[in-house]
Design a protein around this ligand. Structure first.
Ligand SMILES: O=C(O)CCC(=O)C(=O)O
Ligand SMILES: [Fe+2]
Ligand SMILES: [Zn+2]
Length: 296
């Protein structure tokens, strides 16, 4: 039996959120397909990664020793709602820094560099055997996996991904806020470009009541993603993710046939136009330095 979970949010007059998120220990492929994947309902699967080798092997010390010296991009602060800020750092040095529990020179919460959307298996293809995304991959035709490595306070602000997603927590806990697709207007979609996503203009950490009055009436669904937990986030659901502790996560984006037909060709075309400078200037993938537009 699925346990239901819902946590409060201080609101004046509520915009009703009809959903709650089902929570299960594990789920059979067929049941997942019929009850969640087809109906585009999120699902919290507490024991998803329980027996993954990654749960035994992947800790901060492991990556600090395993990672080679090579440049990667890290973002700083909430780039989805705030200024786009990213920098090239050395992967090994970054992961070694992450290993230190709490360095004295810690910056303000949420501004530490965040290794987000890290193309983990292009760097470490041999680690693919440590994870198992078959629950989603049984139903998808095209998949892409990313790693997320950061300190406590690392944030991915409110956004939608136009692709199905299974996000799994390996180390540390993350707080998730979810808002169903039908509250689009209350999330104030922004014009800032982000590949395959729609960003919200609302940053609850710097909430502007005058500009976003409807958001205040929302009651986002809140849940805690703990090590070993997975969450199925269907395309179209708004989410905000915040690390409560130093954190390692991994996710699998996947398109079924309908997703490929409806979203992939469109997002690819828009991405080409964006890179040529013809579609939306403000974005999360370029920054302006001395008048030039620099890609990550
Ligand atoms: O963990 C994060 O910071 C964000 C994850 C996310 O947005 C996703 O998996 O779609
Ligand atoms: Fe996302
Ligand atoms: Zn860009």
């Amino acid at each position: 039996m699925a346990a239901r979970q819902r946590v409060g949010w201080p609101v004046a007059e509520e915009l009703a959120v009809h959903e709650s998120i089902d929570q299960v220990q594990s789920i059979a492929a067929d049941e997942f397909r019929t009850r969640y994947f087809r109906r585009k309902r999120p699902l919290h699967i507490s024991g998803l990664a329980k027996s993954w080798p990654a749960m035994q092997r992947w800790d901060f010390a492991f990556f600090a020793e395993y990672a080679p010296t090579r440049p990667v991009y890290v973002e700083s602060g909430n780039v989805l709602q705030g200024a786009t800020d990213f920098a090239a750092v050395d992967l090994r040095a970054y992961l070694s820094w992450l290993r230190v529990p709490d360095a004295k020179n810690r910056s303000a919460p949420g501004t530490d560099p965040y290794l987000s959307l890290f193309d983990i298996f292009s760097h470490f293809p041999e680690l693919q055997k440590d994870v198992d995304f078959s629950l989603l991959r049984n139903h998808t035709l095209w998949n892409k996996t990313f790693g997320w490595f950061g300190r406590a306070g690392s944030i991915s602000g409110f956004h939608i991904d136009w692709i199905d997603n299974l996000l799994v927590q390996i180390r540390g806990r993350k707080r998730l806020w979810l808002v169903p697709p039908y509250h689009h207007h209350a999330m104030y979609p922004s014009r800032k470009y982000d590949y395959r996503s729609t960003l919200s203009s609302v940053d609850p950490a710097k909430y502007d009541r005058e500009r976003f009055p409807l958001f205040e009436r929302l009651r986002p669904i809140e849940l805690l993603l703990e090590p070993g937990n997975g969450i199925y986030l269907p395309r179209g659901w708004w989410h905000r993710v915040e690390a409560l502790e130093p954190s390692i996560s991994i996710n699998n984006f996947g398109h079924d046939l309908l997703g490929l037909l409806l979203f992939q060709s469109r997002t690819s075309v828009l991405d080409v136009l964006h890179k040529l400078g013809l579609f939306r200037r403000e974005c999360t993938c370029h920054r302006i330095e001395r008048g030039s537009r620099l890609a990550r």
